[in-house]
Design a protein around this ligand. Structure first.
Ligand code: C2O
Length: 480
């Protein structure tokens, strides 16, 4: 045997399996030659299936994890002639980040960032579903921004299904810097960081970017996770996630980007669905769909996720992310009715039955009262006709809910140094099962009526309700 032929022969023999697992020597992977294969282009016509549900990777059942692994195994095993292969997917990503810098703008540096990745994930999700014969198959999301709870820990680490098992585990990638014990910096990707990011980026242009400026997410938490998983400076050539050319070779890429995509929905839950500019909607790109057809998809397809792409997000485990609306309401002696809602995507099913053992909670946040005043408030659910003239006993009954709050002054009414002092409370009101069921029927939306009442016999509070000098944030509901 001619020894000099051996490397080439080995490469030929083992290309399929080595590429299939993602652990070939880095030099064997042609970075930079990621021009897409040609093919007739057809325009995406909208998903006609049922709504798929993307779950947190930390909430998947053993059977769902097995299906996820099988799907990636089949993806890796596709013959190189198939345009949907694991490597072909990575090349599509490579092409749109640096493949041809002169004619294809990098989708990471402008408002293409969120919709491009959404459309990209859509095609992989449908392809994996086709490979395992499950049209309802949905990608999981790696919610690094969910706080750990006793029910569910390890959000800041690589999710366990993606680790271990070596080449037998289709979700494993040897080109990572991290192990099962390394932990991301909570200040860079945790709940507080994401809340701040959402609060600060309160306009369309700031959050989504523009045709020429970056989305807040891209160089923010998104970039941090890429570099954390595969830091290019420490891995010299073995850095899948750490370089955009190779990032989509790591199965973790898809779970990371599903979470980025979910944060788009969190922005909508906070601010409402934006009017997407026509230039945002008309941007378009080419992908390989689940039927090997080269498909043109647009920013508009991504913007109309629920109707065009047909998927939604299941909430993470632990406390739901709730809607912390910034606007304060000022009470007056007249009853005030405000609309409270759970912060969930509009088409999310508010399923109390699915959260057995958890409570539906009404939040009255930043209830603020001057230190030398008190207040008595009745809080009704779905009773906008409530007045101070009716007692709580009159109204409480089957299907009604009222909670009385007695806020005691913290300083004497005539104390001299109360100027500028307030007390502030975050009041949580757990709702009983029948009211929780009503909230569920209303898909997480209810009216909350707050009625200031006179102290009367109940106590010695002064100036109630003639002042009702109470402010609070707009109420919201959570499941926890
Ligand atoms: Cu297209 Cu997270 O990179």
């Amino acid at each position: 045997m001619n020894v000099r032929l051996l490397p080439g022969a080995l490469a030929f023999l083992f290309t399929a399996t080595l590429f299939g697992q993602g652990c070939p020597p880095p030099t064997n992977i042609p970075v930079g030659s990621c021009a897409p294969q040609s093919g007739t282009v057809s325009n995406f016509s909208g998903d006609t299936g049922t709504m798929r549900v993307r779950k947190s990777i930390f909430k998947l059942s053993a059977a769902e994890i097995a299906e996820l692994k099988l799907a990636f195994q089949k993806l890796r095993a596709l013959p190189a002639t198939d345009p949907r292969t694991w490597m072909a997917q990575a090349k599509v990503h490579c092409w749109y980040c640096s493949g041809d810098g002169t004619t294809v703008p990098d989708v990471h540096s402008n408002w293409a960032f969120l919709p491009w990745h959404r459309d990209f994930l859509y095609n992989l999700e449908k392809t994996l579903g086709t490979l395992v014969g499950n049209p309802n198959f949905a990608l999981p999301y790696w919610d690094w921004n969910t706080p750990d709870t006793s029910a569910c820990t390890g959000h800041l680490k690589v999710p366990p299904p993606y680790l271990g098992g070596g080449t037998a585990n289709s979700l494993f990638d040897c080109y990572r810097k991290i192990s099962s014990t390394t932990t991301m910096d909570v200040n860079r990707v945790g709940a507080a960081r994401i809340n701040t990011l959402l609060t600060n980026n309160n306009t369309f242009d700031l959050f989504f970017g523009t045709a020429t400026t970056s989305s807040a997410m891209s160089p923010g938490p998104h970039g941090y996770v890429h570099l954390w998983v595969g830091n290019p400076s420490t891995l010299s050539g073995t850095q899948d996630m750490g370089i955009l050319d190779t990032a989509a070779r790591d199965p973790l890429f898809w779970a990371h980007h599903a979470n980025i995509d979910r944060i788009w929905e969190m922005w909508i839950a906070k601010y409402g669905t934006p009017t997407y500019p026509s230039g945002f909607r008309s941007q378009n790109w080419l992908f390989w769909n689940q039927n090997k057809v080269r498909t043109r998809m647009t920013g508009g397809d991504a913007a109309d996720r629920a109707t065009r792409l047909k998927y939604r997000y299941d909430p993470p485990c632990g406390t739901l992310t709730v809607n912390q609306l910034p606007d304060f309401v000022q009470l007056t002696p007249t009853p005030l009715t405000v609309h409270a809602q759970a912060a969930i995507a509009p088409d999310h099913e508010f399923n109390i039955k699915g959260v057995t053992g958890r409570n539906v909670v009404l939040h009255l946040e930043d209830v603020t009262v001057p230190a030398n005043e008190g207040a008595i408030l009745r809080v009704y659910i779905n009773k906008p006709s409530a007045t101070a003239a009716e007692s709580a006993d009159d109204i409480a009954g089957v299907g009604n809910f009222v909670e009385e709050l007695f806020i005691v002054p913290s300083r004497s009414p005539d104390s001299e140094n109360h100027e500028g002092h307030e007390h502030k409370m975050h009041i949580k009101i757990a709702l009983p099962p029948e009211i929780a069921a009503e909230v569920e029927r209303a898909k997480g939306e209810v009216d909350v009526t707050i009625v200031p009442v006179a102290a009367g016999d109940e106590g010695v509070l002064m100036g109630v309700p003639t002042t009702a000098n109470v402010r609070l944030k707009k109420p919201y509901i959570s499941v926890e």
